[in-house]
Write a protein that binds this ligand. Structure first.
Ligand code: HEC
Length: 268
């Protein structure tokens, strides 16, 4: 087993640090995509749909989400995303935008948790209300600096747990988040990974989520991004809205604090 681990690690090290010759052309292509899409990010349609969903009476109780408290008081959407995750006294939990949104869909609109989260991400032929709503909520923080100081003891605890998870090596390949995201200029094949442990690096990454992913043809929320990265680390996939994901988000948002949000972004 130890031998296997060593081989796996050595292989990973080679894959992660090998120079990649074809990269120029793909980087150009990505830049071209960005230019193309900057004219009209497909996510803007979703943002408009999210606003509609937010304001429309829905669910068994036939009420809108306009009284939802995302942390700045009922109905206050502007600037809310930039200050999440945060501690909520009513649930006694640190919640991110998605867990809070689901909480509102359940407590205000009367959906079951299962109903609210069934399509938490879109698939061909299946739209996701959550994706649309989060895109709308994210857009309402444009121009606002991320501000997650994690001063409340529960927030500080979550940020600390997130940091521990970020650096902890585990799984069959002994990967950590830091192996891929702990250094400047690291890339897998053609993709730049981003150093997420500095304000500049975390800021660049976090300020543009939710983002339209050109490679996926869909908007991804931060939950989806992180769950997919845990899969890339070959870790067991956490459930949607798990504390481990919220802890990582708290750590990353805290590190990114001060960076001005601009969403929906466009990513590879
Ligand atoms: C095997 C390498 C690998 C591991 C391990 C990994 N990631 Fe990633 N991560 C990627 C790749 C690849 C991307 C997408 C880069 C792209 O498409 O431009 C990415 C993207 C991201 C992004 C978005 C960055 C941006 O600029 O928008 C975040 C945030 C992130 N990862 C966090 C994490 C966290 C937290 C962990 C640990 C649970 C982790 N990653 C583990 C490879 C990895």
């Amino acid at each position: 087993m130890r031998g296997f681990m060593r081989t796996a690690l050595a292989t990973a090290a080679v894959v992660l640090s090998a120079p990649v010759w074809a990269e120029g052309s793909t980087q150009d292509e990505i830049a071209r995509y960005r230019e193309m899409l900057a004219e009209g990010n497909p996510a803007e349609l979703l943002e408009a749909k999210g606003e509609e969903l937010w304001k429309k009476p829905r669910g068994p109780r036939n009420v809108s989400l306009e009284r939802c408290d995302l942390g700045l008081g009922p109905g206050q959407v502007q600037g809310a995303y930039a200050r999440l995750p945060r501690y909520f006294a009513d649930t006694r939990q640190v919640m991110d935008v998605e867990s809070r949104l689901v909480h509102c869909m359940v407590t205000l609109q009367g959906f079951t948790r299962e109903e609210a989260t069934r399509n938490w991400y879109s698939r061909p032929g299946k739209d996701s209300d959550i994706e649309a709503l989060v895109t709308y909520i994210g857009g309402q923080s444009n121009g606002v600096a991320i501000d997650v100081p994690a001063r409340h003891p529960e927030e500080a605890r979550m940020a600390r747990i997130g940091e521990l998870i970020f650096y902890r090596r585990s799984g069959p390949q002994d990967f950590s988040c830091a192996i891929c995201h702990g250094q400047e200029g690291k890339r897998i094949r053609l993709q730049e990974l981003g150093k997420l442990t500095t304000r500049a690096g975390a800021g660049t990454a976090m300020a543009n989520w939710p983002s339209y992913r050109v490679s996926q043809g869909a908007v991804w929320t931060m939950q989806r991004r992180l769950i997919d990265c845990m899969r890339q680390a070959r870790w067991p996939e956490p459930e949607y809205l798990s504390d481990s994901v919220i802890a990582l988000e708290t750590f990353l948002q805290k590190t990114a604090s001060g960076t001005v949000m601009q969403t929906p972004g466009i990513k590879r």
